[in-house]
Design a protein around this ligand. Structure first.
Ligand code: IMP
Ligand code: MG
Length: 177
């Protein structure tokens, strides 16, 4: 099978450098707290793996799963599958996702996390596409702001493909897979 080769938007080195900066900021902020990182699977798995290796304070790690996209269009409906295994009551949570687009996914997960009575919930995304926001939410940590193009790679998919690219790229056609 042939896939369209994405145009590089953010190269591997830039991603690595920015993640090191974020790791440092996050380490400084959460020092001496009861810190839990929660990644949104599957998209944030590569990002969180690299990010936590740049965080040098003690932490817990867990995941939740969310689905909204079919192809390049958000369905507008977010399905959240909570498979949280850890107790988060009283803990300081950093929710990590690949991209903040309409904002529906993170909003829904943040609301869900609050029902478990954490001490605080903040958010961190590798990419922010502010032009597409449908609900009022800002991430506390943003790797890069991107224009309104469909991005793939470094965890982000198009119909489940491209997650394994080591860089963030953009694809042209919706019919490429
Ligand atoms: P939101 O709920 O619209 O903010 O969408 C967030 C989710 O949609 C992300 O976790 C991604 O999985 C997916 N998504 C949004 N924009 C893109 C994109 O440009 N490429 C790939 N996935 C995207
Ligand atoms: Mg996703």
């Amino acid at each position: 099978m042939e896939l369209e080769k994405p145009e590089v938007l953010i190269d591997e080195d830039s991603v690595r450098q920015r993640i090191a900066e974020l790791g440092k900021e996050i380490s400084d902020f959460y020092k001496n707290t009861h810190f839990t990182v929660i990644a949104v699977s599957n998209g944030a798995t590569l990002f969180v793996a690299d990010l936590i290796r740049k965080i040098d304070i003690p932490l817990h790690l867990d995941t939740v799963m969310a689905y909204s996209y079919a192809g390049t269009e958000s369905s507008g409906q977010v399905s959240l599958l909570s498979n949280l295994k850890l107790e988060i009551a009283g803990r300081d949570i950093l929710l990590v996702d690949d991209i903040l687009d309409t904002g529906r996914t993170l909003t829904k997960i943040v609301e869900f996390l609050h029902t478990r009575k954490p001490k605080s919930v903040r958010t961190c995304v590798l990419l922010d596409k502010p032009s597409r926001r449908a609900v009022d939410i800002k991430a506390d940590y943003v790797g890069f702001t991107v224009p309104d193009v469909f991005v793939v790679g470094y965890g982000l998919d198009y119909n489940e493909y491209y997650r394994n690219l080591p860089y963030v790229g953009k694809i042209r056609s919706k019919d490429s897979v």
